[in-house]
Design a protein around this ligand. Sequence first.
Ligand SMILES: Nc1ncnc2c1ncn2[C@@H]1O[C@H](COP(=O)(O)OP(=O)(O)OP(=O)(O)O)[C@@H](O)[C@H]1O
Length: 638
Amino acid sequence: MSGWGNDTAPEQPAAAGWGNGADTRSGDNGDGLGASEEKPAPPPLPWEHREAPKSDWVKKTAYNYANYNDDGAGAPDVTVTTVDWESNAQVYHYDGEEGDVGPVHTQLETILFGNEDERDPTGIDFTKISIIDVLQEGLTRINPINSFDTAGLHPIMLRNVQLCGYQTPTPIQRYCIPAVKMGHDIIAIAQTGSGKTAAYLIPILNQLMGKAKKLAAPRPNPVAVESGAAPPVTAEPLVVIVCPARELAVQIFNEARKFCYRTMLRPAVIYGGSPIREQIGQLQKGCDVLVATPGRLIDMMERPHVLSLRRVRYMVIDEADEMLHSDWEEEFNKILSGGEQEEGNIKYMLFSATFPTQVRKLAKDHLANTHVRIRVGRIGSTHVNIEQKVIWVDPFMKKTALLDLLYDLEPGRSIIFVNNKRVADELDDFLFNKDLPCTSMHSDRTQREREDSMRAFRSGTTPILITTGVSARGIDVKNVKHVINYDLPRMDHGGITEYTHRIGRTARIGHRGKAFSFYNEHDEAIAEVLTKTLLETNQDIPDFLQKFVPEGEDREHLKFEPGSDEESEAGDAGGAGGWGGDLATDGGGWNTGGDSKPAVADDAGEWGGAGANPSAGASGNDTWGGGGGFGGGENSAW
Ligand SMILES: Nc1ncnc2c1ncn2[C@@H]1O[C@H](COP(=O)(O)OP(=O)(O)OP(=O)(O)O)[C@@H](O)[C@H]1O
C-alpha cells in the first residue's frame, strides 16, 4: 500500500477507494486504496489481523483516571495529581500602583510565549497566505496597515506581538487593526487559520491601553483579593468575547493572556462544565477582558454581584455565523441587551470563516450603520494549502480504511472527525487496541475529560484525536498534519460549512496539511458543493465525483448557489457589488494582490506587498462593484 487517494492527472481515472463497488469506481492508478486493473481490490481484511507497521507513532498512553479526581469525588485510595482547570491559568497581575504598564515577569513570559528560540515563525510559507482578494464594504474605506511596526501600536502591545513571533500582519489583521482604531463595528470573514483572533484582540486591547484606569471600575490588586486582604469585586469587563465552544473559549483566553501581558487589563474565561465557583473566584479578582461561552455568560449575568456588563466597550462574537444560529437566538439577545447601555456605546465585531447569507443579514441588524465589512477570499472557501482527498470507502470498510490510512501516513498530529459520539467512543477503543496513540472528545464527556484530551493532543502525548463537530470550529493546534473525515458532515448538520471548518484545523497560518474524506453513496447530498469546493483550489476530483463537475462557463466561474449549505451570493454576484460568490467575475470591491483570481492564485507575493495600494482594482469608482455594494446599498446582499 503506497498511498491514499493519491489520484491522478485528470485524464487518468481517479482512485477508487475502499469498497466493493469496483465496477463503477474501478481503475485507480495503482497507488490508492482502491481497485485497479493491475492491482485488484484487496479482499476486505478483518482489521483484527492487521498489524501496525514499525512506524514512528509515539507509544500509546492510557487515560489517567487518577488525574481526574478533582472534585474529591473519586476513590479515596487514588493518588490525586490534580491538573488545574484551564480557566485558572496564570495571568499577569498588575499592581494598580505601578501605572499603565507593568514590569517584565520573566517566568510568566516563558509560560505565555514559550522559549525564546521557539518564537520565530520561520518555516511558515507566507506566500500563499498573502493572496487573494480582500473586499470591504461600508461607508468608510479602510487603509490597511503594512506592518505591525507602523500600525500605531502601544509599545507594550507591539512588544507582545513580537513576543508572539508575529512578523507580518495577515490580510485580515491588516484591515481590522485600523478599522478598530477608527471606531467601527466590523464584520470580518477570512479563511480558517488566518489569524482572526489576533485581528480583534490586538487592536481592541491596544485601544484600551492607557485608558483602563479611566474606564474600568476601581478595584484592588487581584493578589490582595486572592489572599483575602481585600474584598472580592464585581467583574465589569470592558471587552466581552463570546464563542460557541468551551475549548475555543479557552484558546481565545490563552491568546488574550498573551496580549494582556504587562498591561493593566486582566483577562478571564468562563465556560460550562467546570466548577462555577472557581470561575466566580476568578471574576471576583476583577476582569477587563472576558471570554465566554453563551450559557455560562448568561448564568453569570444573572448574578449581578459577580458580573455586570455595564462598562462593556467592545463585544466580539467569534464564529459569529454559528452564534447567530436560531438555536442560540434567545441567549444571544440576552447577551446583547445585558449591558443596558446607550446605543452606540458598544462596538460590535463579528468574526468567522463562514457566513451564510441568511446569517449575514441577521448580523447586520445588530450593527451600526457605519459598520465595515471585510472579507478575505470567498466566504467559506478552503485554504489552498490544504491538500484535499476524497476516497470512496464503503461503510463496512471504514475501520479498515482508517487503519490503513493511519499506518500509511507519516505520523503526525491527526484529527479524525465522526458524526456521532458513539462512533467516536468506538473508534477510540478500536485504535487504542491497535496500539495507536489516540484520545477522543465529544459533548458527552465531562469537562475534565475534554480538557485532558485537548491537553494530551496539544502536547503530542496522544497525537490522534477522534472527535465530533464539537472541535470543528476555531481550534488551533500547531502542526496538525492530517484531518480525516471518517464521516463527511451531513447536509442537515453543517454541510459544507462544517467541512470547511473541520479541514481548516490543518494548514493553519501558512503551514501545509492534508484532509482525507471517506465518501460513499450516503454522502451524495454533499457531493455537488464538495466537488466545487475541491475544484476551487484545484484538487483532484475522483472518478465518483466527476459527474458533479460543472461544465463550461460554470466550471470556469464556480458558483456557490444559495440554498446549498454554504450560502453564497448568487444574487449579488456578477457585478451587483455585494459579497459575490464568484471572485473571478464579480466586480465588487478591490483586491490587495493586484490579481482578481481566487485563492488558488499563488502569485500574489508577500503579505502586504502588492496590496499596499487600496485603490487597486477599485477603478476609482466609489460604488465598488458597480452597484449597491458600497455602503450596503439596496442591491447589496446585506
Ligand atoms: N501575524 C501572524 N503571524 C504569524 N502567526 C500568526 C499571526 N497571526 C496569528 N497567528 C497564529 O496563527 C494561528 C491561527 O490563528 P487563529 O486561530 O486566530 O485563526 P482563525 O482565523 O481564527 O482560524 P479559525 O477560522 O479556524 O478559527 C494561531 O496559532 C496564531 O497564533
